[in-house]
Design a binder for this molecule. Sequence first.
Ligand code: NAI
Length: 347
Amino acid sequence: VFDHKEFDQHENVAFINDEVTGLRAIIAVHNTALGPSLGGCRMYPYADSAAALTDVLRLAKGMTYKAALANLPQGGGKSVIIADPRADKTPELMRKMGSFVDSLQGQYIVAEDSGIAVQDIKYMAENTAYAGGLSAHFNYLGESADGNPSPATAYGVYVGMAAAVAFRLGKSLADVTVAIQGLGQVGYRLAEHLHAAGAKLIVADTYQPNVDRAITELGAKAVAIADIHKVAAEVFSPCAMGASINSDTIHEIQAVVIAGAANNQLASDDFGEVLLARDILYAPDYVINAAGIIDLYHQSIKSTPEQLKAHIESIGDTLTDIFKRSQAENQATNMIANLLAEAKFKK
Ligand code: NAI
């Protein structure tokens, strides 16, 4: 029996060790009940293959939940290449990865993740049709775009935050102060949407130029990295790294809504219960940040910008359903999201 602490009903886990190109990689397919599994390929110099396996199994499972609640006809999968993206990348390695993806005959569709660029996917695509995120011809506003999912993700978080603020406070975003942790690809674009809507911004980023820009362009107030989660704001928006809601920070949060782009915001699932008990409305991360894969899907089926935009905006309705059920059943929003996702893909 294959046993691993993260192994949880995965349908297929494939390994490759190619002596010619040096490719060492794993593809994990978690669930394909709703469609072929889609998920990025991460290239990272894992300490050992056990660490890589743990990561890929966990990430693949997360993609199943994300795709299900984004109402996509897709399942969850992910792949990892065990190597250093700065030192070990060759076209041959990527082409071999393409052949590896192809060997699953469409059960898994590869896209970009950390360490993997559009050019790498292009090399993979020489050997497989099962590659996405190659290039986009438009974004959700109908403008020509390069395939970067961040503008879509930022718009989805903005729409989701508006739904959360309406539910918890009965207000629009024009009347709230939002504390944004991380002004990167997603966080800065989110800040721009919020500023345009009239919200007040408090920001923090480890990279000072991003902060300076937000002060100048968006009238934001800057605070120290260590303080952003505990400032007086109605909304806290984690848009940097994961686990920002943990045993050190959770009791210091003054916001009544948490809505941000970061993956794995809760250091553990149990913190959802603590937020519920404190009457802080938490927008589950994989629901609110799903517009990136929604964007990828619409590029692949060549739909219109209007269809893409409407699909992104449905994130607000999905969240409102979760909030209502959470309130009715007095259960944490992250647990309700998991139950709703499971009801879709476990049918
Ligand atoms: P990014 O790397 O462009 O931005 C992250 C920003 O956070 C950077 O400006 C960085 O300087 C800052 N930062 C790092 N540590 C910090 C700290 N301790 N406190 C404050 N700021 C800090 O990344 P991106 O693409 O904006 O993604 C942000 C988060 O959203 C990540 O967790 C990512 O996994 C998640 N996400 C991104 C999607 C996308 O489409 N880009 C899609 C779904 C999730």
